[in-house]
Design a protein. Structure first.
Length: 93
């Protein structure tokens, strides 16, 4: 029962994160191109301010949909395909 609650909470976090159009666009972008830094994502999503983008990336990372890798002062984001496949398989189609 405890494991079911963890699964349910994880699913809720993922669905809530993807329920916002900009975060869905970010997830779809990272399916096409892995390991993008914040500035590269911002260039591809022209209508999103930097601070807003950081907030969206944080939400997607906290729910487990994004992996991040730090390299010096840069953070590179990629889609966690395991989590996407489990909770949002339509992203991978």
């Amino acid at each position: 029962m405890v494991e079911d609650n963890l699964e349910m909470r994880q699913a809720i976090k993922v669905y809530k994160a993807l329920g916002e159009p900009t975060r869905l666009k970010i997830a779809l972008l990272l399916i096409e191109e892995q390991n993008l830094c914040c500035s590269s994502i911002a260039n591809k999503l022209v209508s999103v301010a930097g601070s807003t983008l950081s907030h969206h990336l944080k939400q997607l990372t906290e729910c487990g949909l994004l992996n991040l890798r730090k390299d010096g002062t840069y953070i590179y984001y990629s889609l966690n395909r395991d989590i996407a496949g489990r909770y949002a398989p339509y992203l991978l189609e």
